[in-house]
Design a protein around this ligand. Structure first.
Ligand code: HEM
Length: 425
């Protein structure tokens, strides 16, 4: 523990020596960090979101399951609109922070950034469009796309499974569902990579390129009435203009594709590294859906939600005083491991959806069915067609550096065309 950390400081900004979110997410044992924070602070702890030019951007990290549920369900106390964040209101944020790109001072027109009636107006088209999707067609498109990616891997070879399979499959499945062909999906994937890792100019260019591609597709669907996810959004009476449709579609292109990549990677990682788990699947005792559930419980693709909350008033949470304008980060991976809801028994996790990997309340993920369909198809398809082996010990696999998403940075593997005794059938 850093000796400078002051336990009884009055305001969030007065705490020093804070643990950074990236340090937690990319550590070999995030649960040890959560346990240490709990022991020191209780269920709500001050942390560093990001540091820029020696300025530390702080937030409250919400650890407990009950406290996370309370915040997620109380949008009138804990807003999603970053205009309520003191760091935006008082112009405290240094230029060029990553958090600034998705906590804008003026909310973009998507349910993601709004509360109450405006959230309802913008959320309904997404729910309706997802409900209207033909799931059989999504499965077939995802299979087709997986086949193309597996063909590119060749009959046998070696490489990083995240790079050659989970990332392209996570992105292209999402962009295909939205209605883009594979070539355009690859351009959107390159834009997203630039947004995550690029400098200011690169980020602005990539965001402009994505917006132009999405707007062109909206125009096309207006003409031809095509029935992909964007096609279902176009023409929804709740939208006031095409800019709102584009913003609603860009959340799945950017964030959701990254989460899908993480879920597919985490699941493949577990199956390759944990012989007991893979034997349970090969022996027919555990289904692939059960394994996907286990990953959501124990290795949530989202460790901390990038959808921050901002206190509208002075409130108490987990015995801590939260000031109006403070930011809160929801620690989904900590909540899922809270002993109040979780045991170490695998069979308590299968079919148990009380984890928070989809969130809960008015902003809960609208797409758990779609995400599961894509992740299940992607994992199943690879393991049906290629026998895959990890080539390094699991302990040598570093986690990707992110404050939010957790998965191995790389999965070095070899593969060959699957035999009848393919690993997990
Ligand atoms: C493994 C995959 C996914 C995971 C783990 C995931 C998880 C989540 C979580 C936890 C939230 C709520 C965040 C919060 O309240 O703090 C959320 C929101 C959201 N998710 Fe997902 N998601 C996934 C895939 C998808 C997909 C495929 C879509 C495609 C449509 C999607 C679209 C959204 C949208 C639009 C929101 C914001 C909803 C709102 O604020 O009204 N997600 N997701």
């Amino acid at each position: 523990m850093n000796p400078q950390t002051t336990r009884h400081a009055a305001t969030l900004e007065e705490h020093s020596g804070l643990t950074s979110l990236t340090e937690i997410t990319s550590s070999p044992d995030p649960q040890a960090h959560y346990a240490r924070l709990r022991a020191q602070w209780g269920e709500v702890a001050p942390v560093e979101i990001e540091r820029k030019d020696d300025v530390v951007v702080p937030a409250w990290l919400v650890l407990g399951h009950a406290e996370n549920c309370h915040v997620m369900r109380s949008e009138m106390d804990y807003s999603r609109n970053a205009a309520n964040w003191r760091w935006n209101r008082e112009n405290l944020l240094p230029a060029g922070t990553a958090i600034g790109t998705f906590a804008p001072p003026a909310p973009r027109p998507t349910s993601f950034y709004h509360d109450g009636p405006e959230r309802e107006r913008l959320r309904a088209p997404l729910d309706d469009a997802l409900a209207a999707l033909d799931e059989r067609a999504v499965r077939d498109q995802t299979r087709y796309m997986c086949e193309r990616v597996i063909e590119r891997m060749g009959d046998s070879g070696s490489g990083d499974l995240v790079k050659v399979y989970s990332r392209p499959v996570g992105f292209l499945a999402m962009t295909t569902t939205l209605g883009f062909d594979l070539e355009t999906g690859a351009r959107l994937m390159a834009d997203s990579a630039a947004v995550v890792s690029g400098d200011g100019e690169q980020v602005a260019n990539a965001q402009a390129s994505t917006a132009a591609i999405v707007m062109e597709h909206i125009g096309q669907r207006r003409k031809d009435g095509g029935q992909d996810l964007i096609g279902h959004l176009v023409g929804h009476p709740n939208f006031a203009h095409d800019g709102e449709i584009a913003t609603s579609a860009i959340v799945p292109v950017s964030a959701a594709a990254i989460f899908l990549t993480a879920w597919i990677t985490q699941t493949l990682h577990q199956l390759l590294a944990d012989r007991e788990l893979s034997a349970r699947m090969s022996g027919g005792r555990l289904t692939l859906d059960g394994t996907l559930d286990q990953v959501l419980w124990r290795r949530s693709p989202i460790a901390q939600s990038p959808a921050l909350r901002y206190a509208r008033n002075d409130v108490q949470l987990g015995g801590r005083s939260i000031r109006k304008g403070d930011a809160l980060v929801l620690a989904i991976a900590a909540a899922n491991a809270d002993p109040a809801v979780h045991t170490d028994d695998l069979w308590d996790e299968v079919d148990n959806r009380s984890h928070l990997s989809w969130g809960t309340g008015p902003h809960a993920c609208p797409a758990p069915r779609l995400a599961r369909l894509i992740a299940r198809t992607a994992v199943d398809h690879l393991l049906r067609h290629r026998d895959v082996q990890l080539t390094v010990p699991e302990s040598s696999l570093p986690a990707a550096a992110s404050p939010w998403v957790r998965h191995a940075e790389r999965l070095p593997v070899t593969w060959q065309r699957a035999t009848d005794r393919g690993a997990f059938r």
